[in-house]
Write a protein that binds this ligand. Structure first.
Ligand code: GTR
Length: 345
């Protein structure tokens, strides 16, 4: 095939962009950066500039958590380690970002463990429905030994989990009114791309449509799907309430958010710098939970004001019963985690 000049031009910009991305993608500062030379002086520790990818808007509580983390790292390293937060999916949708993190092209990200489940089997457990009774139950588990050790299991997938963030609870929302489980049957509902989500929807008689978060608004608007499922903050911040004004509160999942670092980036750091990053991540958690709680309330109010119809489910049992086979299917594989979750009640 003869390549057109436009095609070749496009190819050239891809290479140029890839070059820039590599040059900016963390690690010790290159000689071309503005503060080059600071690490040349004998005995001085190197300076770093890293990138952190976030899918949400700048004022969203996970983004606020990312920014607090970056500030703490900067403070603790006396300005040597700078982490630039890129919100609003500027560095790509979550699945593509995780692939880049595995390659070491993006240093840090805050991502849903729903996405991680597609990369690391251990994380699939958090997509199982109704395993946490409440926010408190979830944090009891996450802060415990089992929850914390799960973060390290990501190392097998070239990432290192640093901390969890609060994800709220996910419920369904649709273009047309839904009042019961039978109204949901046969509907095309967008889910985060992982196998467990598809199995849950199958069990509920829903037509699961895995797709990237950034595509959901137009997919609902154009009728490709009938709705999606998420927490109040995402429902509000993504403006999905404009195209799917029926929110049906069943709280089927709490899928912890994870702050993580590429092991390529991690291995460039000495012990002291690694400790700075670990400490900063842990110190961010309480702040993020507080911001989460505020924003969750606000976003519920905002969608109500905008005219969304919120239906609180009266009896969750038919839902729980319908998804039981999914939990049973995974009970052996995730036994340790499910037992630890039960024990954290
Ligand atoms: C949000 C989560 C995002 C993203 C999104 C989704 O609740 O914070 O990281 O995973 O859901 O549904 O894709």
């Amino acid at each position: 095939m003869k390549k057109s000049p436009k095609f070749l031009g496009g190819l050239l910009s891809v290479f140029l962009l890839a070059g820039i991305a590599t040059a900016c993608s963390g690690g010790e500062q290159q000689a071309t950066t503005s503060n080059a030379g600071t690490d040349d002086k004998a005995g001085k520790k190197p300076t770093y500039t890293f990138r952190l990818a976030e899918t949400h808007a700048p004022d969203y509580p996970t983004t606020l958590g990312d920014k607090r983390f970056a500030e703490l790292v900067k403070e603790k390293s006396d300005g040597r380690i700078q982490i630039d937060v890129f919100p609003s999916a500027q560095l790509g949708e979550e699945k593509a970002v995780v692939e880049q993190v595995q390659l070491g092209a993006i240093d840090f990200t805050r991502v849903s463990s729903g996405i991680l489940g597609g990369f690391n089997k251990d994380f699939g457990v958090f997509s199982l429905p109704y395993i946490f009774d409440s926010q408190e139950h979830m944090w009891n588990y996450l802060n415990g030994e089992n929850g914390q050790s799960l973060l390290t299991s990501l190392e097998a997938s070239k990432m290192k989990g640093l901390a969890y963030m609060d994800p709220g609870s996910r419920s369904f929302y649709t273009k047309d009114e839904v009042k019961s489980l039978s109204d949901l049957k046969g509907k095309k509902i967008r889910v985060i791309q992982n196998e467990v989500n598809v199995e849950i929807m199958d069990a509920l008689g829903i037509n699961a449509t895995p797709m990237a978060y950034g595509e959901v608004y137009s997919a609902i608007q154009t009728g490709v799907i009938d709705g999606a499922e998420n927490n109040y903050p995402s429902y509000y911040s993504s403006k999905h309430y404009e195209v799917a004004p029926y929110y049906f509160v069943d709280k089927h999942q709490r899928v912890p958010e994870v702050l993580l670092v590429s092991t390529t980036t991690w291995n460039k750091l000495d012990k002291e710098d690694q400790e700075i990053i670990e400490e900063a991540a842990k110190e961010t958690v309480q702040y993020q939970i507080e911001e989460w709680n505020k924003y969750e309330k606000e976003s519920e109010e905002k969608v109500r004001e905008a005219g969304s119809t919120i239906t609180e489910i009266e009896d969750i049992k038919p839902f729980q019963k319908a998804v039981e086979p999914v939990i049973e299917k995974y009970r052996t594989e995730y036994k340790d985690v499910l037992d630890a979750i039960d024990a954290a009640r």
